[in-house]
Write a new protein. Structure first.
Lengths: 176, 575
């Protein structure tokens, strides 16, 4: 709290030097981990994005659902859509539903498109615990491989008005 | 050697209106005193409003009670975020800026009218936003108010008024410092605490400008004048304000840490260069951290995210790790110089644990660093963020930094502001001794409850996650830990507000005679001026214990960080 002496530019002590060096090395390690994982890891944040409009994206979702619907979800009446492996699949977020129900095969690759028709939404796949931000006007493409099978829930984890907590969708992953 | 301020009168000021503090011998401009009191009172009012909201929302997420209906939960959550993250902390920081730019420099307040204008704008904005959120059902848009979720235009206008008021106050800080220098109030460099506050003030300028870039268009958009507002652009600008606002807290809090350490244990900074360099690192690198909120947003490249999220090369993290060494090291050296030399931690055992300022300092540093810092760096890692984005791990992180860290430190500092600035006797001293521990312990439970819930996939800002049975039953336990912690922390908050009100509303005006509140009649501030270089360099006074502590910290940091990569490696493949 007091004014320092006139000359305070002094060399660091031995312990300060030690800690500064160790901390700096740790910081470099933290920095390197990200590009390292980017090239070596199998879980990376998707970056592929396209500009879209709610009309254009809505039409793509409808065409996708018409083409690959295999049944109806008993609880919600929502179409269950089973696209072929390797294809582009479309998920629509709006107040307060994820549409449609997706049926995927374990171990296959899919190009999952996500966009919102109204507000910000949060794609939170549980219990896998993968979380992505969903914005209107942005077609966000995640290339995914389901490595486990069973029923999964998509929770909305970005506040989207008062019915936010009722917004849940479904992904079914079947064994090949 | 550092000296306390001389008490020669101010000759160049138009009117000498000051008093000399009997404890510190610092001159206190009466304008400064009144400004500090006004800002501190508003800070506590906002803390009270936000605290009531905190209790009710915690009792809602604690599944056993599930107290509020959904609309009131979201409404009070919005209020809680604004009152706590912005209003309480910024009002307190403004008080700190007035103090740092005048009293600590032995200088007058050069722009009191402008400062009052800023204060009035902030007060109108702060109260108005509370009113709008409480009255208008469509303004429960959360603190972040993501476009295209639309609140009432007055909601955005309140933000703008508050931010402009804060910006004006920050400008008076610079005016004061320049005037003080010009009038020869201090010579040489700024004291370290003022240097830290200066860092906070500079960060605040561009934080508030970015806030304007986000909120002013949102205001026109809510009026229908602006037709389209890109939600991605809004998020980018908003977090250019929202995250750096917390970095302002960080810089101000670290400045307060140095102040508390000096006032309670009589430290001298071990190496001014080291500590100042750490602040400079904040200044240059920390605002890149805004990108932490956009790590899983569409439209941004890996390189952009990785460079920003790493603050260039974790250089801001380096700054914090430097403070994490230099403050405890300074305490250790000061303690050892007093003769508390036994073993590695004898200095710590003999520390003034019953002194509220020291208790607050220690709780604040532990919670901020060991929980807040470590979890923040981890979830702010580009890929790991996929596991954490918008889960309860987020509020778990920032309740450790902003509540356990900043708020605890500010609360502890208040206990000294009451006798020295309000000039009232501190009442309920036995409560003040305990309060930092109660509040800190509660916050630790809140934070850990949230983090462990988030690890199980529980979403933040969510009225009821158990509805679909997607999360395991164990979340009931972790959410209960959060709820119990909230009750304890709220108890600590009530203790704080009671102590403050009992002290400032009752009893006569009393000139303080003693710096320490509970642990003695000595004056550590004066003692710190007697700590010579030779005493600090003696081999038996070296901070060996601190070195052990920081290495233990690093081990914990590494374990937490690496275990998150392991968790990430177990999930679905995605790119």
């Amino acid at each position: 709290m007091l004014a320092p002496e006139r000359t305070w530019w002094k060399p660091l002590g031995r312990m300060e030097k030690t800690w500064l060096t160790v901390a700096f090395v740790w910081c470099i390690f933290l920095t390197i981990m990200m590009p390292l994982w980017y090239f070596m890891g199998k879980q990376n944040v998707p970056t592929e994005t396209y500009r879209t409009t709610t009309e254009a994206y809505g039409a793509k979702v409808n065409a996708f659902v018409d083409q690959y619907t295999v049944g109806k979800d008993a609880a919600t009446g929502m179409p269950i859509v089973a696209p072929p492996a390797g294809s582009d699949i479309y998920l629509r977020a709006m107040k307060w539903q994820w549409y449609p129900v997706l049926q995927l095969e374990q171990g296959e690759t899919y190009r999952l498109h996500i966009s919102s028709m109204d507000l910000n939404h949060g794609f939170s796949l549980q219990p896998v615990n993968i979380n992505l931000q969903v914005l209107p006007g942005y077609d966000y493409v995640a290339t995914i491989v389901p490595t486990t099978n069973g029923d999964f829930t998509i929770v909305c984890n970005e506040y989207c008005d008062v019915g936010h907590h009722t917004m849940a969708g479904k992904v079914i992953v079947v064994k090949k | 050697m550092a000296t306390l301020a001389p008490t020669t009168p101010w000759t160049s000021a138009a009117k000498d209106d000051y008093r000399v503090c009997g404890v510190t011998t610092l001159k206190v401009d009466m304008h400064t005193e009144r400004l500090i009191i006004a800002n501190a009172v508003m800070a506590v009012v906002c803390l009270l409003l936000g605290g009531i909201a905190a209790l009710l929302i915690a009792l809602t997420r604690w599944q056993v009670f599930h107290l509020l209906p959904a609309n009131w939960f979201y409404r009070l959550l919005t209020l809680h975020g604004i009152d706590m993250l912005v209003a309480w902390i910024v009002f307190f920081e403004m008080a700190g800026l007035h103090f740092g730019s005048t009293a600590l420099l032995n200088a007058r307040h050069a722009a009191p009218k402008l400062a009052w204008f800023g204060f009035i704008l902030m007060t109108v904005g702060g109260l108005m936003v509370n009113g709008v959120v409480l009255v208008d059902p469509n303004s429960s848009v959360m603190f972040s108010a993501y476009v295209p979720l639309k609140a009432h235009p007055l909601f955005y206008l309140s933000y703008i008024l508050f931010a402009v008021g804060a910006l004006i106050t920050v400008i008076t800080f610079f005016i004061n410092i320049v005037t003080a220098k010009r009038e020869g109030r201090f010579s040489g460099s700024l004291p370290l605490v003022v240097f830290g506050l200066m860092t906070a003030a500079i960060l605040a300028v561009y934080t508030l400008l970015e806030g304007a870039a986000a909120i002013v268009p949102a205001f026109f958009w809510s009026l229908g004048i602006l037709k389209n507002y890109d939600p991605g652009i809004y998020r980018n600008f908003f977090w250019g304000f929202g995250h750096p606002a917390q970095q302002v807290n960080l810089a101000a809090m670290v400045a307060i840490w140095y102040a508390l350490a000096q006032m309670t244990t009589g430290i001298r900074p071990v190496n001014e260069k080291f500590s100042r360099l750490a602040f400079i690192l904040y200044l240059f690198f920390i605002n890149l951290g805004s990108a932490h909120h956009l790590l899983v947003d569409p439209g941004l490249s890996f390189a952009w995210k990785a460079v920003n999220t790493s603050y260039a090369m974790y250089l801001a993290v380096l700054g914090s790790m430097m403070h994490a060494f230099s403050i405890p090291a300074a305490i250790e050296i000061a303690q050892r110089a007093k003769g508390h030399n036994k073993g590695l931690f004898g200095w710590l055992r003999n520390a003034p644990w019953g002194e509220p300022g020291f208790a607050a300092l220690i709780m604040s540093m532990i919670i901020f660093g060991w929980i807040g810092g470590v979890t923040g760096v981890t979830i702010g890692t580009e890929q790991i963020n996929m596991l954490a984005h918008n889960t309860m791990r987020l509020p778990g992180h920032f309740h450790a930094t902003v509540v356990g860290g900043t708020t605890t430190a500010f609360m502890g500092f208040t206990y000294y502001v009451i006798p020295l600035i309000f000039r009232k006797e501190l009442k309920l001293k036995s409560w003040a001794k305990l309060q930092p521990y109660v509040f800190g312990f509660g916050t630790i439970l809140v934070s850990l409850g949230m983090i462990t819930s988030g690890l199980q996939g529980v979403a933040r800002r969510h009225w009821d996650i158990t509805f679909t049975g997607v999360v395991p039953g164990t979340v009931n336990i972790t959410l209960a830990i959060m709820g119990i912690g909230a009750l304890i922390a709220v108890t600590g908050g009530i203790m704080y507000i009671t102590i403050v009100l009992a002290s400032i509303l009752t009893g006569p005006r009393l000139e303080a005679e003693n710096l320490l509140l509970t642990s003695g009649t000595n004056n550590p501030l004066l003692e710190s001026t007697k700590l010579t270089d030779e005493m600090m360099e003696r081999p038996q006074n070296q901070p060996k214990g601190t070195l052990v502590l920081v290495f233990a910290f690093l081990v914990w940091f590494a374990i937490y960080y690496l275990s998150n990569w392991w968790l990430l490696g177990r999930t679905w493949f995605i790119k």
